[in-house]
Design a protein around this ligand. Structure first.
Ligand code: ADP
Ligand code: MG
Length: 402
């Protein structure tokens, strides 16, 4: 079954509630990266270009105590939206009440209103108490926001793995709910890889810890044809096989689990054959060593060139590739070659759906200049992992079928 998309809606003259993900990084009230605002433009534009009244809202950061309120004021994001979309954004500095309701009532077709951080509703200022009304999907709040509009468009993938008042709560109280274009793309690529991958289907997993990704590894062992492992987690698997991993980062309490996963994987898990090592966790040039030649003080900080060759062979001919987790400490220029190498391998695959999911791996691919050379970079870290696990995401489940 296919989900209803914003472009399936007749929005002319309607008040369209649009949940976006404007949870942008900020420093002292200044946006340091506006990718998420840019990414939401197509959906908002479609609504106003087709005569809808756009009511836009998002969470920003976490609001757990009084001091979080000023810190997470979303006003700068509304200003940035106005600059990027080139139209006035009527900002309402409230999440409910008369000013918001009057603002909505005054909207003309094709106009935009944005209201304050939805997570302001997580904290009751008068009672000086955390209430989590937004984050825990308080039914009254979802119904209230729903009452402000005629139809609902969810375009926030980053929070789709949690039921909040601003996604599931609203959807339960409006006649029609559709996915925005950004959510549509996540469903198409990640959902496609989960439900119906073209084969060979190769997964690449890296990053910090096995323990963060147990669910995904288990799911991929069932679904994928091969799973290539890099990042720090490779050393937990290698140690589980009895290899001396020296001073590399290992989760010693996960060795039994790693053994179990290796057994279950039945040869599908491909481990690195070499690594770039250093004697300390610092950004100075390292030495490539085969993984069975580590000294006790060797610390593996990246996969090595032989491993990249091995991965290239495993990836040849792949039709679906999902990648989560950097191959090494990509934040260090001396240890980013493995991650760059994998970006390069993905970029050069012909006729394959190449999907990057995960906070740091997505950031790495963008930072290293590969954002436009893969099919899809997911906009959600935790959400993309849970989606890959095959879990139903509440923020997607609440969207109507066509
Ligand atoms: P993602 O956010 O893509 O899921 P993770 O958060 O799991 O990725 O892991 C990213 C982190 O893993 C990065 O900060 C990176 O420096 C670290 N990392 C990768 N390889 C190693 C390694 N060999 N040793 C230590 N840290 C590593
Ligand atoms: Mg991360």
């Amino acid at each position: 079954m296919a989900k209803k998309i914003v472009s399936d809606l007749n929005v002319k003259g309607k008040k369209v509630l649009i949940r976006v993900d404007f949870n942008v990084p900020m420093k002292n009230g200044v946006i340091t990266d506006d990718t998420r605002v840019r990414a939401a433009l197509p959906t908002i534009k479609w609504v106003i270009d087709n005569g809808g009244k756009a009511i836009v809202f998002s969470h920003l950061g976490r609001v757990k105590e009084a001091s979080d309120i000023a810190k997470n004021d979303i006003t700068p994001v509304a200003k940035r939206l106005e600059e990027l979309i080139g139209k006035k954004v009527n900002f309402v500095n409230a999440t409910r009440g008369k000013e918001l309701e009057d603002g909505v009532a005054a909207l003309k077709d094709g106009e935009i209103l944005m209201f304050q951080n939805t997570r302001y509703e997580d904290f009751d200022v008068a009672a000086n108490k955390e209430t989590k009304k937004e984050s825990k999907n308080d039914p009254e709040l979802g119904a209230y926001w729903a009452s402000l509009g005629d139809v609902f468009v969810n375009d926030a993938f980053g929070t789709a793995h949690r039921a909040a008042a601003s996604n599931v709560g609203i959807a339960a109280n409006v006649k029609e709910t559709a996915a925005g274009f950004l959510l549509e793309k996540e469903i198409k690529f990640i959902g496609g890889a989960v439900d119906n991958p073209r084969r060979p289907y190769v997964a690449i997993l890296g990053g910090a810890k096995v323990s963060d990704k147990i669910g995904v590894i288990e799911a991929l062992i069932q679904k994928a044809d091969k799973i290539l492992v890099g990042g720090a987690m490779m050393f937990t698997f290698l140690k589980a096989q009895g290899v001396n991993t020296g001073a590399s980062k290992v989760e010693d309490d996960k060795l039994d689990l790693a053994k179990e996963l290796l057994a279950k994987a039945n040869g599908k898990l491909v481990l690195p054959v070499d690594a770039i090592t250093n004697k300390a966790f610092e950004d100075v040039p390292g030495v490539a060593k085969d993984v069975d030649k580590f000294a006790d003080d060797d610390m593996g900080l990246d996969i090595g060139p032989k491993t990249l060759e091995l991965f290239a062979k495993e990836l040849a001919g792949a039709k679906t590739v999902v990648w989560n987790g950097p191959m090494g400490v990509f934040e260090f220029a001396n240890y980013n070659k493995g991650t760059i190498g994998v970006c390069e391998l993905l970029a050069n695959l012909k006729d394959a759906a190449t999907i990057i999911g995960g906070g740091d791996s997505a950031a790495a691919a963008e930072q290293l200049g590969y954002a436009n050379k893969v099919s899809h970079i997911s906009t959600g870290g935790g959400a993309s992992l849970e989606y890959l696990e095959g879990k139903e995401l509440p923020g997607i489940a609440c969207v109507d079928e066509k």
